[in-house]
Design a protein around this ligand. Structure first.
Ligand code: XUL
Ligand code: CO
Length: 448
């Protein structure tokens, strides 16, 4: 087939030139980091809804980007939907990205009934399946959009309207069939409108009971058809509803445990969502990891000045380093990866910008991986923690951790200590020094 894009195949060029160009400066698929090839650690994924479907609209203006697969300027036809598949696969080939992720509605236009919509979808999935066979590209995860169509104005699984609830279930059933057929490594639930805008007209308990039961039905169906991919929930605190039920990692973990779903689900954590919750990306990844529930990452960023979800491609090496530190501590992500739920800025409207954006994102996380691996090799953070918590390694601290003391034992121990004695055991947190150390690791590892 003749080439659809003029952009050359992206290969590793190293950091000889400081100017970003058409190659990877840090992402070197075959380079071994922490015992594995970068391509094995970093399962990057192209997000269909951005890279293929975004025209860079915003609430104030029409799209600034035109895409060659919008046959006769119309993105909503089956002809465009089928053409788009060829472009996706060429994009994956040229960037060397192995995975992609999609919502059902990203692939094909809707019909008048669910059956008609599913038939449109299946035509595109047929073509995708064929292309996957030819190229070896894989689905990181798929999902259902239970938030774009008007019927979902009050949610899909938490809607007060049973007709809509049944429709949502039908949509998920079909998406799970597709997940099984295409071998999706995970299946994501992002609760687009699973939340509320107005407390007084919302039965929150009933809605949460409904969504938990909905998840159990989905799992039972996956078991029935033999789909073994990992189920994931993607937390987000607000937007589009004012209060999303899956606010952040800890809220979602509490929900999963309340309803006995903690063995069915893990979390898919997105950078920009973490800031909206008032956290950092590394905070969310840490808490999911410690709960044994780190599933996958939607690699993107927000910015310090904007209070909504801007889905910027990652470019912050400091953040990527700390996220990759948690990632390596987790042993990577067996059924997950780094999905670029990201779009170029509105003024980056040219087709080449999609390539530059993915290069930037992949280099950022490749760089983060390298720095994090070196931090772990040198046990930098481990040693900081070891020193800081050393008083729990012997004496009264160790007795407490071993479960050998009562509250009264601790009180007896503390009773006659003076402030001077206690304060003499305090250590500085050394935050400024530690931040300098992190910067030094970034300079040193990436300067090589
Ligand atoms: C929305 C978002 C979604 C999910 C998939 O903020 O992140 O694109 O990743 O539905
Ligand atoms: Co996302």
């Amino acid at each position: 087939m003749s080439e659809l894009f003029s952009f050359p195949k992206v290969s590793f060029v190293g950091n000889k030139s400081l100017n970003a160009g058409n190659g990877y400066h840090y992402y070197n698929a075959d380079e071994v980091v922490a015992g594995k090839k970068m391509s094995e650690w970093l399962k990057f994924s192209v997000a269909y809804w951005h890279t293929m479907d975004q025209r860079l609209t915003d609430p104030f203006g029409e799209g600034t980007a035109t895409r060659p697969w919008d046959i006769a300027g119309n993105p909503d036809t089956m002809a465009a939907a089928l053409a788009k598949v060829d472009y996706l696969f060429e994009f994956l080939e040229k960037t060397g990205v192995e995975y992609f992720a999609f919502h059902d509605r990203d692939l094909a236009p809707e019909g008048n009934t669910l059956a008609e919509t599913n038939a449109n979808l299946d035509k595109v999935v047929d073509k995708i399946e064929q292309k996957m066979r030819e190229t070896g590209k894989k689905v990181l995860w798929n999902t259902s959009s239970l938030f774009t169509n008007k019927r979902f104005l009050a949610g899909g699984a938490t809607t007060p309207f049973a007709e809509v609830f049944a429709y949502a279930a039908g949509q998920i059933k079909h998406s799970l069939d597709i997940a099984k057929r295409l071998g999706s490594e995970s299946y994501v639930f992002w609760g687009g409108r699973e939340g509320y805008d107005f407390l007084i007209n919302t039965d929150t308990k009933r809605e949460l009971d409904h969504i938990a039961a909905f998840f159990k039905l989905a799992k039972a169906y996956a078991d029935e058809i033999g789909y073994t991919g990992q189920f994931l929930i993607e937390p987000k605190p607000k937007e589009p509803t004012q209060h999303q039920y899956d606010f952040d990692a800890q809220t979602t973990i509490a929900f999963l445990k309340t309803y006995g779903l903690e063995n069915t689900f893990k979390l898919n954590l997105e950078g920009n969502h973490t800031y909206l919750a008032g956290h950092t990306y590394e905070h969310e990844v840490r808490f999911a990891r410690e709960a044994g529930l780190l599933g996958s990452l939607d690699a993107n960023m927000g910015d310090k000045l904007t209070g909504w979800d801007i889905d910027e491609f990652p470019n912050d090496i400091y953040e990527a380093t700390l996220v990759m530190y948690e990632f390596l501590k987790n042993g990577g992500l067996p059924t997950g990866g780094l999905n670029f739920d990201s779009k170029p800025r509105r003024q980056s409207f040219e087709f080449d910008d999609l390539f530059y954006a993915h290069i930037a994102g992949m280099d950022t996380y490749a760089a983060g991986l390298k720095v994090a691996a070196k931090l772990i090799e040198d046990q930098v953070i481990e040693n900081i923690l070891k020193t800081r918590y050393a008083s729990f390694d012997s004496g009264i601290g160790a007795d407490f951790e071993a479960g050998q003391v009562t509250l009264k034992d601790l009180a007896d121990y503390a009773e006659n200590k003076t402030d001077e004695e206690i304060n003499a055991t305090l250590q500085s947190g050394r935050q400024e020094q530690i931040k300098s150390t992190l910067n030094n690791y970034i300079f040193s590892v990436l300067g090589q």
